[in-house]
Ligand binder design. Sequence first.
Ligand code: PLP
Length: 287
Amino acid sequence: QWIYLNGEFVTKENAKISVYDHGFLYGDGVFEGIRVYGGNIFRMQEHMDRLYRSGKSIMLQIPHSQEDLTNLIAETVKRNQLEDAYIRLVVSRGTGDLGLDPNNCKAPNVVIIVEPLSIFPKELYETGLEIVTVPTRRNRPDVLSPKVKSLNYLNNILVKIEARLANVNEALMLNDQGYVAEGSADNVFILKGNTFYTPPGYIGALEGITRNAVMEIARDLGYEMKEEPFTRHDVYTADEVFLTGTAAEVIAVVKVDGRVVGDGAPGYHTKQVLKEFRKRVLLEGVK
Ligand code: PLP
């Protein structure tokens, strides 16, 4: 396995950065998770746009042009000879001193890791996922915008811990007003009648690239697609529920806080969306 690290390709054992890196000391940095399907990188441009927006928001200048970084990612994928894989791109503020001041960091550290990944056991894509809602709340958009995909993932990690404590694989977090925001690393959709709903960004959801693709698909398949706030009650009483994410892809949810969704199996409409998603990821990617 070859890892890109600040201008070089190194082995996993040699992929090391300083303990003074501010990503390590303070979670100061941004990242992206990107997927390779059949050798094609899915929606690279959207991921690049989001990365540069995240960087701009926290005043971290990505030390490459979008084009150069795109080429570096493609090269890392090629070197690892993987047809289906997950790409983790991390840009930290860089190596500094123990103070917070980012001005003491000389240059960002840039890391690209490519490896196979499946975050949920395979059989759950057939049977559907049981989830819960947890006490951890999404941070308010005016505090640190959830639109910034930063290295500060503590509330997401707490969501994962709370899910594990409840003996399930994933959980939903609410925002400070009690509206459903998203999962630990995925967006949520519900279906009522012929309409899909997903929480708008201002509720505290990351504007997921998979979410965007699924919203397009839902509309193309003739469903109504609305970005609207909803509560746990709406999830409990939905006809179908599913999650989307680069790592999760599209996965049906069949139980929420002990309430069975629909008839307890992945819903027909979720399966339609998933089928179309699988078709498009293979057609749309860039080599
Ligand atoms: N929400 C959070 C907090 C995430 O970390 C992710 C994963 O990247 C998502 C949602 C899903 O976004 P995407 O589809 O772009 O992977």
